[in-house]
Every structure is written in structure tokens, then in C-alpha cells.
Ligand binder design. Structure first.
Ligand code: NAD
Length: 246
């Protein structure tokens, strides 16, 4: 029970899945949240348990505040602590702005932004009590520079950057660090709706001439969760192969 605990939202596949593996391997207790992909979640759980790691699965739609709160309570009930919260779950929809319905808009804002408010608000109570904690929000380069056909997504990810900065100021005196990771183009199922020629162009426009991997992001999250990053807060760290250079 002295191990540190991380709660990762949307961790059954993609970047979240890799983070679950990396954190488990690095001796964290890991709560793997998933929503719909039950089969992938069970496979991941079985794989990590068979290696002797300390993990639990928790099904919750984190865009529902009651489910998000129950998930955080389950984490505390199971591991008696929450040291690191990684707000990773996210969705997108590749559509022209004029084709975006109110329902599309609300769905993306609820899943990518409101869920982070719900989950973080629940987790922060425990972090304040412990006078310690790390919150890592998974934003996106598109929240920094904007993406056409992803206006709702870009808006949600830009808002996450604003939330990260404001929360870092408010929680800093309580020894809670809040940072955002802004991944570039990362090879996951999220790219499925993009034509392969576009992906090839994105790769060629990247100075490092490759797409990112979930491991690139998981390693950065591990650093931001660790004591090595204790003086870093309110920052947006972009792992993007040089695709966006400020
Ligand atoms: P992914 O689609 O593989 O994973 C997203 C996960 O979020 C899925 O497991 C999904 O089930 C989960 N999820 C969605 N809605 C949920 C809900 N309401 N409750 C609980 N879980 C929910 O995509 P990914 O590429 O691994 O994306 C992970 C994060 O990284 C997302 O926030 C995404 O916006 C961000 N990101 C991805 C890229 C990329 O190029 N892949 C780039 C920048 C940022």
C-alpha cells in the first residue's frame, strides 16, 4: 500500500493503455478506467496481473459526474491513495464546422473537458488532504495551433490548457503540480478517420520524420508524475517530433 497510485482515464487502448503498462512496470498501483472497450480492458488487466503488477479495472463514463466521482472513491477505497491523476480519455470527430451539430459539440466538450473538471474535482479533495499530488492533462498540439475539421476538439484541448494553467496557480501552494502534455500525431486508433495520404503528409512535415508512439507519451507522463519534475507546474509540454515549435 506504500506504492504510489495513478488513476488513468480511458486506459484500455492507445496512449492510456501504454501509460497503464509503463506505470505498472514502474511500481505504481494503477487504476485503469475504461468506458466501452471491455474486451481490450480485460486483456490489458489479465496481461498486467499475470506479471504480478498492482492494477484494477474500473468501468465509468467519465462525462457523467456521478460515475467520475464513484471512480475516484473506488481508487481511494482500493489503494488508500491517489498520487497521480492522468486525464487522458478523449474523443474527436472529423467534420466541417458547418456540419457539426449541437449534439456533436456537446459530446466532445463533455468528454474532453467537462469530464476533466468532474474527475479532477473529486481527486483534488484527497490530494489537498495529503498536501501532495500530480495532475497530468492530455491536451493536444491542436489545442495549441488549431485543426480544421476538428473545431470542437481543438476548442476542448485549448480549454484544457487554460484549466491546467489556472489550476496550477491555485493548487501550487498545496504542493500539487498540474501540467499538460500536448501530443503531436500519435499512432493510435484515433487516427482511423484520417486518410492515409494526410497521415503521410503529417509524417513528412515532422522534423523527426515519424509519427509519435504511445510510449513517447507514456514516458513523458512518467517523468511528470515523478519527483524529478517537482518544480514543473502549469506547463504545456509538447511531444511532437518538432511538428510544432514555439
Ligand atoms: P484512443 O481513441 O485510442 O483512446 C481514447 C480512450 O478514451 C479510449 O479508450 C476511449 O474508450 C476512452 N474514452 C472516450 N470517452 C470516454 C468516456 N466518456 N469515459 C471513459 N473513457 C472514455 O485515442 P488516443 O490516441 O490513445 O488518445 C488518448 C488521448 O490523447 C486523448 O485525449 C486524445 O485526444 C489525446 N491525443 C491523441 C493524439 C493522437 O494523435 N493519437 C494527439 C494528441 C492528443
Amino acid at each position: 500500500m506504500n506504492k504510489k497510485t495513478v488513476l488513468i482515464t480511458g486506459a484500455s487502448r492507445g496512449i492510456g493503455r501504454e501509460m497503464a503498462k509503463v506505470f505498472a512496470k514502474n511500481e505504481y498501483n494503477v487504476l485503469i478506467n475504461y468506458n466501452k472497450s471491455e474486451k481490450e480492458a480485460n486483456e490489458l488487466y489479465d496481461e498486467l496481473i499475470s506479471k504480478g503488477y498492482s492494477v484494477v479495472l474500473y468501468k465509468a463514463d467519465i462525462s457523467n459526474p456521478l460515475e467520475a466521482d464513484a471512480m475516484v472513491k473506488f481508487c481511494i477505497g482500493t489503494f488508500e491513495r491517489i498520487d497521480v491523476l492522468i486525464n487522458n480519455a478523449g474523443i474527436t470527430d472529423y467534420k466541417m464546422f458547418t456540419d457539426t451539430t449541437n449534439e456533436d459539440w456537446n459530446n466532445i466538450i463533455n468528454t474532453n473537458l467537462n469530464s476533466v473538471f468532474y474527475t479532477t474535482k473529486s481527486a483534488v479533495k484527497y490530494m489537498l488532504y495529503e498536501h501532495s499530488g500530480k495532475i497530468i492533462n492530455i491536451s493536444s498540439i491542436w489545442g495549441m495551433v488549431g485543426a480544421s475539421y476538428e473545431v470542437a476538439y481543438s476548442t476542448s484541448k485549448a480549454a484544457l490548457i487554460g484549466m491546467t494553467k489556472a489550476l496550477a496557480k491555485e493548487l501550487g501552494p498545496s504542493n500539487i503540480q498540474v501540467n499538460a502534455i500536448a501530443p503531436g500525431v500519435i499512432q493510435t486508433d484515433m487516427l482511423n478517420g484520417i486518410h492515409e495520404d494526410v497521415i503521410e503528409d503529417l509524417k513528412n512535415e515532422t522534423p523527426l520524420l515519424r509519427l509519435g508512439t504511445p510510449l513517447d507519451i507514456a514516458n513523458l507522463a512518467l517523468f511528470l508524475a515523478s519527483e524529478k519534475s517537482n518544480f514543473i507546474t502549469g506547463q504545456v509540454i509538447s511531444s511532437n517530433g518538432g511538428f510544432v515549435i514555439n
